[in-house]
Design a protein around this ligand. Structure first.
Ligand code: FAD
Length: 503
């Protein structure tokens, strides 16, 4: 080990972010002397939401060597092909945002351009008839894509709905087995060196914990990154006005859907996330247009099963820390920033920023160039997701409430306006290589929100149209046929990963 290497990591916080950080570092340093200590307070507890995920999270779980079926059983998880958006464009209309890719290139031409051309020729086939995930979701089916080699379903991607408390417990066990030390206690004071780095933290019990590098996973407050290091916060609530959520858990009613449902309401939107043992529900809203009591009533009026707990209100400010990594402190999870959960991106951002940190791993001096590059890239990730979320709101045709009128008329970032303008010309869309949301995602939301380009790419006219149409039709039919042969979501869970009944 090099002499300046970090020898002791101290993580503050035992929510999903804290335990994911502990598990990742413990897995990397399992054959070494590097110490990892996690401090969490049972009195404060965790935020206890964060139950819908996106596919990269499963990659992170697999990278830890965790068996997927075992993880699913332990976290009461169900499968997710994407998100169904109801009433966003107009009341009564819905669309699906699937993971994975959409259709196939035809003679080298982009699928979406071929679909646009066919549409211009009068073909009424919906875009989502070409998405394996959307068709699987519509028919409530599930299977493992790697078992469908040589079929149109092989490229399908899925994620999980999971119980966030059970995820924390699972990752805690995993980390402790690899040698992570857990301390239960309340951090009362953060002690800094003369140079401004964090030297140690003192607990209410009087115990002092020293470390070389600190990871702040203390939740919204940002105990180290903000309260001690004063990173500063970029507030984006002008673009994404929702600033509170009310949540409640309910009994399951019927079989779980293999997708999240996000339904637009008068002052925001509600989620429904089915797990094996219960359903998670929430209403994300803006307090300028809706009181807590009104939000609770809206949520209780939209749930299907019996409530299992009292509704809980969680305030938040959309945005991110100006310096997610400052001095010898990295902020993760809610301590790093928060973009509302419409596209289930928060836990993914924890694992993505952890992976970036590993790529730019520092020694005890925390080279400024590494830090700056890290902060620049994290900011780009947040801005990309922010713009994608705004797209769901600013393109609405709804004007039935003050909230939706605000969303229709609000100023949007130039970065999003440029994307929208380019797309409207001829479906132009070139996301960055490492962008989270690839073309399928943008096509799904644009189309669902009624934005169709004025024309298609003229190179598609080089294709013989009847051949193009036959190719589109046969691709769509192949997806439809194979989907019918797959098991229902519940049947698949029963056979592959049924969890024990809690209790
Ligand atoms: P927390 O869970 O709040 O944990 C903070 C930890 O810090 C706790 O262990 C606490 O005890 C500890 N702590 C704080 N202060 C001290 C102290 N002084 N001393 C010792 N310990 C301390 N994400 C998704 O990916 N998908 C979703 O569907 C989703 N939905 C969400 C819905 C809502 C309404 C909200 C608010 C968030 C949602 N998220 C979602 C985000 C997700 O919940 C979080 O990213 C995730 O739970 C990680 O939280 P965390 O670990 O950063 O913070």
């Amino acid at each position: 080990m090099q002499s300046d290497a970090i020898k002791h990591f101290v993580i503050i916080g035992g929510g999903t972010a804290g335990w994911l950080a502990a598990a990742t570092l413990a897995n990397i340093f399992k054959q070494t002397e590097v110490q990892i200590t996690l401090i969490e307070s049972d009195t404060i507890g965790i935020v206890g939401v964060g139950e819908a995920t996106i596919p990269p999270l499963l990659d992170s779980i697999r990278a830890l060597g965790i068996d997927e079926a075992e993880f699913i059983k332990a976290t009461q998880a169900t499968f997710k092909w994407g998100i169904k958006f109801e009433d966003w464009y107009q009341t009564g209309q819905s669309y699906f945002h699937p993971f994975g890719s959409l259709g196939k290139r035809i003679d080298g031409h982009e699928f979406y351009q071929c679909w646009l051309k066919s549409r211009a020729e009068g073909d009424p086939t919906p875009l989502m008839a070409h998405s394996p995930e959307a068709v699987l979701a519509e028919h409530n089916r599930f299977f493992l894509p790697f078992k469908a080699i040589n079929t149109p379903l092989a490229s399908a991607r899925y994620a999980l709905h999971l119980d966030s408390t059970l995820v924390g417990q699972y990752l805690r066990q995993f980390s402790e087995n690899l040698g992570v030390t857990r301390i239960e206690g309340l951090v009362e004071k953060v002690i800094k060196t003369a140079g401004g780095d964090i030297a140690s933290v003192r607990l209410q019990s009087g115990q002092v914990v020293n470390g070389d590098f600190f990871i702040d996973c203390s939740g919204f407050r940002g105990l180290l990154i903000e309260e001690s290091l004063q990173s500063g916060y970029d507030d984006w609530s002008g673009y994404l006005p929702c600033n509170r959520a009310v949540t409640v858990q309910t009994d399951n009613v019927g079989e779980p859907s293999p997708y999240t449902v996000a339904t637009a309401k008068d002052a925001g939107w509600t989620w429904r996330i089915p797990l094996q043992h219960r359903t998670g529900n929430g209403y994300v809203f803006c307090d300028k247009y809706c009181s807590d009591d009104q939000a609770i009533n809206t949520l209780l009026g939209s749930i299907e099963g019996e409530p299992l707990n009292t509704p809980r209100v969680i305030p938040f400010v959309t945005g991110m820390r100006k310096h997610p990594w400052k001095n010898n402190c990295l902020a993760l999870g809610l301590a790093q920033g928060f973009l509302e959960p419409l596209e289930s991106t928060a836990i993914h951002l924890v694992s993505k920023t952890l992976a970036l940190f590993v790529r730019l791993f520092p020694d005890r001096h925390c080279n400024e160039l590494l830090r700056n590059e890290f902060n620049r890239r994290v900011q780009a990730d947040y801005e990309e997701i922010r713009d994608f979320l705004i797209l769901h709101y600013c393109t609405t045709q709804r004007n039935d409430t003050d909230f939706w009128q605000y969303c229709r008329n609000m100023t949007i970032p130039d970065s999003l306006q440029q994307k929208l303008d380019l797309f409207k010309v001829a479906g132009g869309l070139i996301p960055a290589d490492e962008a989270l949301f690839q073309p399928t995602s943008w096509y799904a939301v644009y189309t669902g929100m009624g934005i169709i380009p004025d024309s298609y790419n003229p190179t598609v006219d080089a294709l013989h149209y009847p051949t193009l149409k036959r190719s589109l039709d046969s691709g769509r039919q192949a997806i439809f046929n194979i989907v019918q042969q797959q098991p229902h979501h519940q049947a698949f869970i029963d056979q592959y990963c049924r969890a024990m009944k809690p209790g």
